[in-house]
Design a protein around this ligand. Structure first.
Ligand SMILES: Nc1ncnc2c1ncn2[C@@H]1O[C@H](COP(=O)(O)OP(=O)(O)OP(=O)(O)O)[C@@H](O)[C@H]1O
Ligand SMILES: [Mg+2]
Length: 236
């Protein structure tokens, strides 16, 4: 046995509760969540608007502090990390959020390049890799366009490339395909699946689109802050 043997679990959540606000304004939005995500597993999280999906994703990405319960991710207890620990953890995660906040002054290529420049350990990432990734996402002709000259779906794909370029161990994606047409949705889902199954990347993706449910390994449903169903979707 090696010291570095990889854990079977990417995420282990037990008895997780979460509330916004204090005292009279307190509103609980997650109730007693138990969830384990394996390394290399692709999970879709669905449920009605307001059911707590984004909150659960933000907690898993350490963008919010857990208040009670156990939340382990990539071998760390997220509630116990100090600021520098949180920073290191977040660098291992690829975030794709709906508000993708591209820098207006940067072209598609520069946006993705910047994601690697922020990481000293990735300074050697070949520019070819960035071009290949954007080209696979159908942006080969628009590498040097700024966001103002891109459609919503094209911007969304730049944000996806930016989240994937550093090969994160965990991808947290909130409605990543909402602005995409069928063809680009297929490309993005294939890319995510390939990462999970070939690279062992774990993926938690929020979607309301029931046409893509079967593309993941597992489907989880939240209703009113409670996990009401959890089932395998693929048998291969
Ligand atoms: N920053 C906040 N402050 C107070 N309440 C919040 C905050 N963010 C979310 N909420 C509340 O928490 C509940 C869960 O919100 P969340 O964003 O997690 O839902 P969701 O499942 O992602 O919904 P949607 O599908 O509409 O994105 C909602 O009732 C929402 O009003
Ligand atoms: Mg949401």
């Amino acid at each position: 046995m090696t010291m570095e043997s990889k854990s079977k679990w990417a995420i282990q959540i037990e008895g997780l509760n979460y509330a916004f606000g204090d005292a009279e304004a307190r509103k609980q939005v997650l109730y007693d969540i138990d969830l384990e995500v394996e390394s290399g597993e692709f999970i879709i999280l669905t449920g009605p608007s307001g059911s707590g999906k984004t909150t659960l994703l933000s907690l898993s990405g350490a963008l919010r502090r857990p208040q009670s319960g156990k939340l382990l991710s990539l071998g760390r207890s997220l509630g116990d990390l100090d600021d520098s620990g949180l920073e290191v953890y977040r660098r291992e995660v690829g975030f794709i959020f709906q508000l993708h906040n591209l820098f207006p002054a940067l072209t598609a290529f520069e946006s993705v390049k910047m994601a690697t420049d922020l990481r000293p350990d990735l300074s050697g990432v070949a520019e070819d890799r960035i071009t290949d990734l954007l080209t696979r996402l159908g942006l080969g002709e628009r590498l040097h366009y700024k966001p103002a000259k891109l459609s919503g779906g094209q911007r969304q794909r730049v944000a996806i490339a930016r989240a994937l370029v550093h090969e994160p161990r965990l991808i947290l994606a909130d409605e990543p395909t909402a602005a995409l047409d069928a063809q680009n949705t297929t490309i993005v889902l294939e890319m995510l699946r390939e990462r999970a199954h070939a690279n062992g990347t774990s993926i938690m993706m929020v979607t309301q689109d029931n046409r893509v449910f079967e593309e993941a390994d597992r489907l989880i449903e939240l209703v009113d802050g409670r996990l009401v169903s959890d089932r395998q979707t693929r048998l291969d």
